[in-house]
Write a protein that binds this ligand. Sequence first.
Ligand code: PAF
Length: 303
Amino acid sequence: MKQITSAADLQAATTQAKSQQLTIGLVPTMGALHQGHLSLVERALTENQMAVVSIFVNPIQFNNQDDLARYPRTLEADLQLLADLEHRLSTLAPTVQLLVFTPTVKEIYPDGTPTEVYHFGPIEQVMEGPQRPGHFSGVATVVRRLFDLAQPTRAYFGEKDFQQIAIIRSLLDQIHYPIELIPCPIVRADDGLALSSRNARLSPAARALAPAIYATLQQATEMAAYEEVDDLRQWVLDTLASYHLINPQPDGLCFQPEYFDIVDALTLQPIASWDEASAHGAVGCIAVWLDGVRLIDMVKFTD
Ligand code: PAF
């Protein structure tokens, strides 16, 4: 494994790899790595001849400065996890080169805060979009920069950020880069909570309560056989909002759902009936506040 901090050095390494016809897998991350990230890195390492993992907390995708300041930064532990994974995979993928790109903000944005703005139409006007103005343009800006530097054959993204995957798909359509987008399934803790770097900020009591989000979503997938879309949507919101009334919690802990939408898996537009999503499948995406931490998750209702 090799750590690279300079954008020019990364581009030189991937240019050389491309001249040797090597395939390159990119896993963009903001660090605080967990098993969800490692599942993406494992795929990148086993499906390509070079894997690039970027660790960069991208300031321009945060519309809340407090969230940016409190975002966990655990570089030493991240590097150790990647070294351990590389070691574990060394018999499976002995010749694969793993580059870990850990740039500064100046290295990614040498001319200061970028002014470019990306638009994604209806797919950014739902769910996360209205809650986080400018977020997806900030994501697209950094991901394009990472694409330019890492020159990947394939790029790996987790399905927990389901809307982000649709945004990257649209970005690739707009910029015409021949990169294969690989969506990867959510990795969950044993109790069902979707792994997320933000989970580290939950108090022990909130961490114990958080699995109720996925339990509620799972129950909703069972109810989809007989409930109308809109009734089910409201049921999920009501169940979480009133959870603490039925199951009293310490320190006034409660869920504050921000949104729960049931949408077409490709267009991300809310559906009114299950039939509407028959071509692409229906997914439910949720954002919930718990203990001052914003958690997101998603389930597939139909494929
Ligand atoms: O999903 C994330 O961690 C970030 O949005 C990404 C894709 C690394 C861009 O900063």
